[in-house]
Design a binder for this molecule. Structure first.
Ligand code: GUN
Ligand code: FE
Length: 456
């Protein structure tokens, strides 16, 4: 059977948000792209499968990025002294207008896809621009990386400069329909379309209505932005007086998870009513901590969302986020949650490392189905990390400390005791280091998405 093999190494995954499971010297069986589970001994029935031996290497599920803007990669790491609305006007809209030029788009998207190929991401939900042809080019480049993605042609028919507006709601919707036809014709295997109103500020009621219909008719998911910044929230409520809260605007047009799956980025200022509706409709929150801090938007109350039973994953939100690394997003999320506790709500427990790992894998992965875990029945997404090569591994630390003189009568070497007592902790330490030190930049040696190996 194609895409069937056994992968051996040190596995780390989170079957639940509290449970970081570490399995040393274990084997994952991938049968026809699907994980059969983790095993200490390979069961008889799988014995004929080829073995990929990565003994002692860390193996984690592929990372899931629920929110990233491909065209914004061109100005990543700049323009961080603005807040959202000014940042859109000064940085984003001018940069996105360049994608009208298909030659530019081809080059810029090739560069972006190359970054994604080398990243820890195996699944991504991506914004393009309003430009249909360029967005199709983006999909072609992403398809070649082997990662699995949803890509949206952006819709906007108000409140932006003329050069980045579609002429009216009807032509914007018609262009989205054309985009979907073109996507079908190209027969992508790994790259799917997603209905993408930029945000309520930049879409008229008529356009949102059309997009709701298109989503429903074609059973296609929806992505947008929600409750990111106080000025933005006020603007939306003044533009849409019939809405009782921001998310209600999307809901009134069938774009809020009732009919089709939906991801909303940010949700920093979601009211209780908004949260309740998202929870009931199964709307995914794409938590984008770096973006929220860079644009001084605020800090999303992730703890509250998890306790409410909402679906939550992570987004890098490049280029308001300054890194495409989901490893980085995971540690940013922990750090942001600590500031939230210190400065916003003393009752809110910070995110733990296992919780953030869960958000980066199984939490966001749920948008794609059974994704983000090595449990049986999950699509086989995996990263193999050669983390020890950087010399940060605890193995190295132990070896070094053993060489140092132990004072007489000092009792057993504490490092030996630690190594003995906390075998699992040492893998746990390697894992934490891999995330906090962003070893995804240098240490990924193999990458699999839905059972298929991706070229690095
Ligand atoms: N809201 C509307 N458009 C955008 C965007 O491109 N980035 C972010 N962070 N928020 C938005
Ligand atoms: Fe965004």
């Amino acid at each position: 059977m194609e895409n069937s093999f056994i992968l051996k190494g040190v596995f780390c995954h989170t079957p639940s948000r509290e449970n970081l499971e570490i399995r040393e010297n274990a084997c994952a069986v991938c049968l026809d792209c699907v994980c059969e589970g983790l095993f200490d001994e390979i069961p008889e029935r799988y014995r004929g499968l080829p073995l990929i031996d990565c003994t002692d290497r860390l193996i984690v599920p592929g990372m899931v990025d629920l929110h990233i803007h491909a065209p914004q990669y061109s100005f990543i790491g700049t323009g961080m002294d603005y807040e959202l609305l000014e940042w859109l006007d000064r940085m984003t809209f001018p940069a996105e207008s360049r994608y009208e030029d298909e030659e530019y788009a081809d080059k810029a998207y090739a560069f972006f896809a190359d970054k994604m190929r080398r990243s820890a991401t195996t699944r991504a939900v991506v914004f393009g621009t309003i430009h249909r042809k360029s967005t199709l080019t983006l999909m072609e480049h992403l398809e070649n990386t082997g990662i699995i993605s949803y890509v949206g042609k952006v819709n906007m028919d108000r409140n932006a400069p003329e050069y980045l507006l579609e002429p009216d709601a009807r032509s914007a919707a018609a262009d989205t329909r054309l985009f979907l036809e073109e996507v079908l014709k190209r027969g992508f295997e790994r790259t799917r379309p997603v209905i993408t109103p930029r945000f309520a500020v930049s879409c008229t009621d008529e356009l949102l209505d059309e997009l709701g219909k298109i989503s429903k008719e074609n059973a296609l998911p929806v992505q947008s932005h929600l409750s990111e910044n106080p000025d933005e929230v006020r603007l939306v409520l003044s533009l849409c007086p019939s809405a009782s809260f921001y998310g209600d605007v999307y809901d009134q047009h069938g774009l809020f998870g009732r009919e089709t799956p939906c991801i909303m980025a940010h949700c920093v200022y979601s009211t209780d009513d908004e949260v309740a509706l998202m929870r009931n409709n199964g709307v995914f929150v794409a938590h984008c901590p770096a973006s929220n801090i860079n644009l001084a938007s605020g800090i999303a109350p992730v703890r509250r969302y998890l306790e409410t039973g909402m679906r939550v994953g992570l987004g890098t939100d490049v280029a308001a986020g300054n890194s495409e690394s989901v490893f980085r997003a995971a540690t940013d999320a922990i750090q942001a949650s600590k500031l939230y506790r210190l400065y916003v709500d003393h009752e809110a427990k910070p995110l733990t490392f296992p919780e953030s790992f869960y958000l980066a894998t199984k939490g966001g992965g749920a948008f794609f189905g059974k994704v983000g875990s090595f449990e049986a029945g999950y699509e086989f997404d995996a990263l193999v990390l050669d983390d020890l090569k950087e010399g940060y591994g605890t193995e190295t630390a132990h070896t070094v400390s053993k060489k140092t003189e132990v004072p007489y009568n000092a009792g057993p070497d504490p490092c030996d005791i630690k190594a003995e007592q906390e075998k699992h902790a040492s893998v746990r330490e390697r894992l934490e280091k891999a995330f906090y030190l962003e070893l995804d930049r240098t240490c990924i040696v193999r990458k699999f998405a839905a059972g298929k190996e991706c070229a690095l």
